[in-house]
Design a protein around this ligand. Structure first.
Ligand code: HH2
Length: 287
């Protein structure tokens, strides 16, 4: 689809360019049940203050979500999702008018309300499959969009996920979804790809996707990776408490950077920023 010799690792948001330096996407879950920070940021003021500290720590994007997609979780009513995220987006922008906010949703109504409130990127964990109106919304607003791979749906996705070749299947899926998005009028420059670590994948699947991330990078679009605090990190390190999985997360992200990822969706911004700054300095040989 693109020139395979030249993977693209920048994304334009308004007059800003993110990448090729590693760009951190700070996670802000406005939910009672997210797996690592559920209930912490339901209050818009608390959420905005969490966002400003992540921006101060070096996040380039704040990813606001109003529904947990943790394994086994149920969907929330759409009005409730809008009611959670819109006041938070407004509160963040009141504090930091130039903040780049992405909205983590698969519903066009929520994405539309969030974009209206000032969000500038759509992060759709279903790669525009769940809501038929989403593709048109993204095409018409010309905003960057994250297309993520997920096998099944959150309620059931971790019940024995199976692939013949996980890397090839995720790659083929992302390529198909990109082609579909571009055919519907979404600019290729606005496409960001994400293998969907932990979404219908065993620990082994996650590790294979990280090990062979170059296969996805070679599709020619910026790659976002979301390893932060996830269960497979706990499985490897023995750290039960999700909030304590920062060291393992950092290792996974540095490796993903080495293999070509550009955007890193994280809860612990400072630790990941410092580690990625060192990785970047090693790569470029300069500070
Ligand atoms: N992971 C989660 C949610 N959204 N979006 C993208 N693009 N990539 C990811 O890997 C990703 C995502 C899950 O993490 P979290 O938001 O911390 O938890 P929860 O879904 O329980 O709110």
């Amino acid at each position: 689809m693109r020139n395979k010799a030249e993977p693209r690792n920048t994304i334009g948001v308004g007059d800003r360019t993110l990448g090729p330096d590693p760009a951190l996407v700070g996670v802000l879950n406005v939910t009672p049940n997210s797996f690592s920070d559920g209930g912490d940021f339901l209050d818009p003021e608390k959420a905005a203050s969490r966002a400003t500290s992540m921006l101060d720590e070096g996040a380039q994007i704040i990813d606001v979500g109003g529904e947990s997609t943790r394994p086994g979780s149920d969907p929330v009513p759409p009005e409730e999702e809008v009611r959670r995220v819109v006041p938070v987006i407004r509160a963040i922008l009141a504090e930091r008018p130039s903040a780049v906010i992405s909205i983590d949703t698969y519903r066009a109504a929520t994405a539309g309300a969030a974009l209206e409130a000032g969000a500038r990127i759509v992060n759709d964990v279903t790669a525009l499959r769940a809501d038929p109106s989403m593709i048109e919304l993204v095409a018409n607003t010309h905003c960057p969009v994250v297309l993520m791979h997920m096998l099944g749906e959150p309620k059931t996705m971790q019940r024995g996920p199976r692939y013949d070749d996980v890397v090839r299947e995720v790659r083929d899926f992302l390529l198909r979804r990109t082609e579909h998005a571009v055919a519907a009028g979404i600019e290729p420059e606005n496409v960001i790809l994400d293998p969907g670590i932990g979404f219908g994948k065993t620990a082994e699947h996650n590790l294979l996707l990280l090990r062979r991330l170059e296969v996805l990078v070679a599709l020619g679009f910026p790659v976002l990776i979301g390893t932060s605090r996830k269960r497979f990190i706990g499985g490897i390190t023995g750290v039960e408490e999700a909030k304590d999985r920062v060291f393992g997360t950092v290792a996974a992200n540095v490796i993903a950077y080495e293999r070509g990822a550009t955007l890193f969706r994280v809860h612990d911004v400072r630790a990941n920023r410092e580690a990625l700054a060192v990785a970047q300095a090693v790569r470029s040989g300069a500070r």
